[in-house]
Write a protein that binds this ligand. Structure first.
Ligand code: AMP
Ligand code: GLY
Length: 424
């Protein structure tokens, strides 16, 4: 039986640990740093996800057979390159390949070269040039910091004043560090997430999911890391989303994910992990909003429960740069509701006690929780828990999910009451 190390400590990693624990080939699971929920299924190791030296030493000392990387920061820090150089097996992209997420301009140039549909753009380092460009354009316009900004480096500016403030923040005040901005055409339409396991030129798409990025019901309020997600059964088609037809799903795989995998391989930086397409169904077809070089969070928590195949076989094939055994998916609708600390995505307090009833009955992924010295469960982050339920129909999944949410008692959490309403 293999021993596996999962790097990261959020809901996404809890979902990964959960599917790994179902694998016939996996014995011991470690997770660094993990969280209070993950600790029920894996041994948590107090190492930060970017502590590459510490993680490498740990993996060597424990004879870890396979390491699986969750967060982009660890990938961008070169964890995969270091593990491979030391002869260790690891699932995730190299530092060079992670540029598909860590540099917006790199991603845009690659899309342009490969004829992948996306918003038109211009990149700037100079504040005055960027300002001249937005002045000459129309509004709304989209301004993105060209680097990792924990999902916060995007401003949809309604007018010149908002655009100028964003440019000032990013180019003059160094809010996210040194760097350029990408200014994009504003696109409209429903967004969805399509992830794939990629081994070089081989792309194995997962079922698609939709994330709910705004904090409050009715898509109101500030952007967050994601307040809930869902994926629908095959009764609505093969994509996993009723508003994405089979043809649109095939288009996204053939004309978006595949050309990116090919271009990365051609450039000598092949992909070896998850490629996440943040896509939009616009009036003129499916277009790319962004790529990520990792599993999405919270999409992973609803997509992976549908995976029928043994995920260890997939991870190992990718880590070995071998052909991935084609994954199969359960015909089930799954949805998940995020419970977040009041105040999130702004400032919030931590340490509120959480009581999850004993007869909970549904899956729960911990996103930001901790045990106190006395053993009590408390909040320890912005997004705290995600409650997940699957059923043959989305309405039944929603009913069960919200019934379970009611069983979580904590006076400092809030959640959206309209997850998956779009398709109900
Ligand atoms: P990103 O981090 O690139 O996914 O952007 C965050 C959010 O900003 C997206 O989920 C979209 O809602 C919005 N956004 C980004 N780019 C565009 C665009 N070109 N047009 C319209 N909305 C966008
Ligand atoms: N759910 C969006 C992301 O993982 O970036």
């Amino acid at each position: 039986m293999a021993s596996v190390l999962v790097v990261g400590g959020g809901g996404r990693e809890h979902a990964i640990v959960d599917v790994l624990s179902r694998s016939a080939r996996v014995g011991k699971i470690y997770c660094a740093p993990g969280n209070a929920g993950i600790a029920q299924q894996a041994e948590c190791v107090p190492l930060k996800d970017t502590d590459v030296d510490g993680l490498l030493q740990f993996a060597q000392a424990k004879g870890i057979d396979l390491t699986v990387v969750g967060p982009e920061a660890a990938l961008a820090a070169g964890i995969v390159d270091r593990f491979r150089a030391a002869g260790l097996k690891i699932f995730g992209h190299t530092q060079a390949a992670t540029a598909i997420e860590s540099s917006k301009e790199f991603a845009k140039q690659l899309m342009l070269r490969s004829h992948v549909p996306t918003a038109s753009y211009c990149a700037f380092r100079e504040f005055s040039q960027a300002l001249t460009y937005v002045r000459a354009g129309s509004f709304p316009t989209v301004i993105k910091y060209d680097g990792l900004a924990a999902g916060k480096g995007v401003v949809v500016a309604a007018d010149l004043a908002e655009a100028e403030a964003a440019l000032r923040d990013m180019l003059l005040d160094g809010r996210y560090g040194e760097g350029k901005v990408v200014i994009e055409e504003f696109l409209t339409g429903p967004e969805f997430s399509l992830m794939a396991f990629v081994s070089g030129r081989q792309v194995c798409p997962m079922v698609a999911a939709q994330d709910h990025k705004r904090a409050y019901d009715g898509d109101k309020g500030p952007n967050t890391g994601g307040m809930g997600a869902y994926t629908e059964s095959f009764a609505t088609g093969k994509s996993g989303l009723s508003f994405i037809s089979d043809e649109e799903y095939d288009f996204a795989v053939t004309h978006i994910l595949q050309p990116v995998a090919d271009a990365m391989a051609d450039a000598g930086t092949p992909l070896s992990g998850v490629l996440y397409g943040g896509l939009m169904k616009t009036p003129s077809g499916i277009k790319v909003i962004e790529f990520n070089a990792r599993f999405g969070d919270p999409e992973t928590e609803v997509v992976l429960p549908r995976l029928e195949s043994d995920i260890f076989d997939i991870f190992e094939a990718v880590a070995d740069a071998r052909v991935i055994p084609a994954p199969t998916w359960r015909d089930e609708s799954v949805m998940g509701v995020v419970l977040a600390s009041k105040g999130y995505p702004g400032s919030y307090s931590k340490g509120a006690p959480i009581d999850v009833g004993p007869d909970f009955g549904e899956r729960i992924c911990h996103m930001g929780t901790k045990r106190t010295d006395e053993g009590g469960l408390v909040t320890a982050g912005g997004r705290v828990l995600m409650v997940i339920a699957g059923a043959s129909t989305m309405s039944e999944a929603a009913r069960r999910c919200y019934a379970a949410v009611e069983k979580v008692h904590c006076d400092n959490l809030f959640y959206r009451k309209d997850i998956a309403n779009y398709v109900l």
